[in-house]
Design a protein around this ligand. Structure first.
Ligand SMILES: NC(=O)CC[C@H](N)C(=O)O
Length: 214
């Protein structure tokens, strides 16, 4: 499908640290107009924003230094759609465990997220996931996890989109009744994944986020 350039969705990528270029490329691939966001004025006229993977404590600090934190938090409260991958999931979470003592999140997603949840042995790993993206064909999604968080608790309005099933029984305590650690969630206009679709090159999550903007 060819989308006329004047109707492309303007989607920001918070460009302070992390997988910025990879997200800009993924957004191009799915037909959005990607925009780097560093300063408050960059938030103007956005249809949505991506908070990239990287280091959530660093992005948090830089967002305060660049004075983009408060306007971004306000925009999220006003309903700016957002997609966070990995560190971005942490930054969109209302509650965080395993954060540094002064770490803040932008918030919006009614979840409790645990930083670096998979522990040392599973620092980085790749696995195929079944994601519940409602209108997507159920081809497994090849997911790359790098010092990833998982979601420990979800509020009532949060839909679980994906889980990872841990082979290690020692990690079984994270498994809830439905089985598996929660690694992808959606709450209305907010989407978050523990993994990095911008790294694996599968465009389906970015395409899904773009459809959320319609
Ligand atoms: N790949 C990632 O984004 C890692 C997230 C990182 N562990 C953090 O706490 O921010």
């Amino acid at each position: 499908m060819v989308t006329p350039s004047n109707s492309r969705r303007r989607v920001g990528v918070l460009a302070l640290q992390g997988d910025v270029i990879e997200h800009l490329r993924s957004l191009e691939t799915v037909g959005a107009e990607p925009v780097r966001v560093r300063r408050p004025e960059d938030l103007q006229r956005l249809d949505g924003i991506v908070i990239p993977g990287g280091e959530s404590t660093t992005i948090d600090k830089l967002a305060r230094i660049f004075e983009v934190r408060d306007p971004l938090v306000a925009a999220l409260r006003e309903g700016l759609p957002a997609y966070g991958s990995c560190a971005g999931m942490i930054l969109l979470a209302d509650r965080i465990t395993g954060g540094t003592h002064d770490q803040q999140t932008f918030g919006g997603l009614d979840i409790t997220v645990r930083r670096n949840a998979f522990g040392r042995q599973l620092d980085s790993f790749e696995t195929d996931l079944d994601l519940d993206l409602d209108d997507q064909p159920q081809q497994p999604f090849h997911a790359v996890f790098i010092r990833a968080p998982w979601v420990e608790k979800v509020g009532g309005d949060v839909r679980v989109v994906g889980r990872v099933h841990l082979a290690d029984p020692a990690a079984g305590s994270v498994d809830d009744a439905a089985g598996g650690a929660i690694v992808a969630v959606r709450q209305e206009q907010l989407l978050a994944t523990s993994f990095h679709p911008e790294v694996s090159g599968d465009p389906r999550l970015h395409a899904y986020f773009l459809r959320m903007l319609d």
